[in-house]
Every structure is written in C-alpha cells, then in structure tokens.
Ligand binder design. Structure first.
Ligand code: ADP
Ligand code: 5GP
Length: 194
C-alpha cells in the first residue's frame, strides 16, 4: 500500500481494557477536521446495552467468526478472552482507505502492534496508559459492563499488556481526562499534517 494514491492513514489506539481508549477515540471522532472513520471490528461477544451492530462492532457468532478466519477475511484477529474473538476485517480497512478516510482503531495491545507491523509507514500507534492498575479496576467496576469474573480476566491481561507500552509510537497518560483528550488531539493532528 502506498501513500501516492492519497490513501488515508491509520491511527491505532491500544491499551488495557478500562484505560479509556474508547472515550478518547470517541472524542477524536467528533473532530471533523481530522477526517477520521472508525474501524468497526467483528466481535463474537454479546452486545452491551447502548451498543449498535455495525457501529460499535459487527456482532457475529463464534462459529461465523471461525468461518471468516478460514476464509482469510481478517487483517488480524485475537481470541482476546476465552471464546470472545475480535478481529479487523480487510474489507473494512480497504473500504475506508479507498474513501480517503483516516482510520482510527480501538483495539487490544497485541492487535495494535500487529497492525503497526503491517502498515509501518502509514500508521501511528498510541498506547493509552492508566494511572495505575487500582484505577483500572475502579473504572471497570464503575462502567458496570462486566461481571466480577470478567473484570478479573481483564486485569490479569492488563498487567501483561502494560509491558508493551514502550513499543508504541506515543504513550498518553489518561489520568485527568481533559488533559488526555487534549494530548490525543495534538498527537493525532500533528501526525496527520505530515
Ligand atoms: P477502554 O475502551 O480502554 O476499555 P473506556 O473508554 O470504556 O476504556 O473507559 C473505561 C471507563 O473509565 C469508562 O466508564 C469511562 O467513562 C471511564 N474513564 C475514562 N477516562 C477516565 C478518566 N481519565 N478518569 C476517570 N474515568 C475515566
Ligand atoms: P470490549 O469487549 O471491551 O469492547 O473489547 C475488549 C478488547 O478487545 C479491547 O481491548 C478492545 O480494544 C479489543 N478489540 C476490539 N476490536 C478488536 C480487534 O479488531 N482486534 C483485536 N485484536 N482486539 C480488538
């Protein structure tokens, strides 16, 4: 893939669950001058209240997900939690890039590094750092979307994911949300200017 035909760039937001990447990505999507479009992933988990199929995720069954893996339809995919598959569809990325949109990804840490490695010259990889593991737990509890068992799974994974922060292009600390939003806007708009 080349820049010559003015294809959009890739903005990757990765972090342990609860760090605030979805909040920051939604904030950036509200800024029309960034010309961002959200990469809607396929996911095999059930829909949370307020989520919409085709907007937050393409919600599909684990069986359909496995079929798409066999058909080689993903740029990357992960079994992020047991029997919860998530993946970036080739068709989604190609469609948005061909429209000249910059694509923003809200994706787990492994998936983020995977996309960065596939598009090294066209992507900015941002790691959203939580102030502490304790604060991650607080945020996940407050969000009220996960059972205590699932929160435990997410925290176990978070501790491993934090080690990968230095491999990203930029680290944004999400302690004070307003400061983090400002920083996210700055790094993304600077990157897109070049
Ligand atoms: P992620 O997408 O990384 O799982 P979310 O964006 O869903 O994280 O944020 C997790 C929870 O923490 C949400 O309820 C969100 O409103 C809240 N949150 C996000 N940033 C902050 C912050 N800086 N301070 C306090 N709460 C926050
Ligand atoms: P959630 O269930 O909270 O929406 O997402 C769980 C985790 O899966 C988050 O870290 C989220 O960023 C990640 N995720 C979402 N879409 C994808 C994807 O397409 N690929 C990968 N590898 N992870 C994803």
């Amino acid at each position: 893939m080349t820049q010559a035909n003015k294809k959009g760039k890739l903005i990757i937001f990765s972090a342990p669950s609860g760090s605030g990447k979805t909040t920051l990505v939604h904030h950036l999507l509200k800024q029309p001058e960034l010309n961002l479009a959200f990469s809607v992933s396929a996911a095999s988990r059930s829909k949370r209240p307020g989520e919409e199929n085709g907007k937050d995720y393409y919600f599909i069954s684990p069986e359909d997900f496995k079929q798409k893996i066999k058909n080689n339809e993903f740029i990357e995919w992960e079994e992020v939690y047991t029997n919860n598959f998530y993946g970036t569809l080739k068709s989604e990325v190609e469609r948005l890039r061909n429209e000249g949109k910059n694509i923003i990804f809200d994706i787990d840490v492994k998936g983020g590094m995977n996309i960065k490695n596939q598009y090294p010259n066209d992507s900015l990889a941002v790691f959203v750092m939580p102030p502490s593991v304790e604060e991650l737990i607080n945020r996940l509890k407050k969000r009220q979307t996960e059972t205590p068992e699932k929160i435990k799974m997410r925290i176990n994974k978070a501790e491993e994911e934090l080690h990968y922060a230095p491999e990203f292009d930029v680290i944004i600390l999400n302690d004070d949300l307003e400061k983090a939003k400002k920083k996210a806007y700055e790094v993304v708009s600077d990157y897109l200017k070049n």
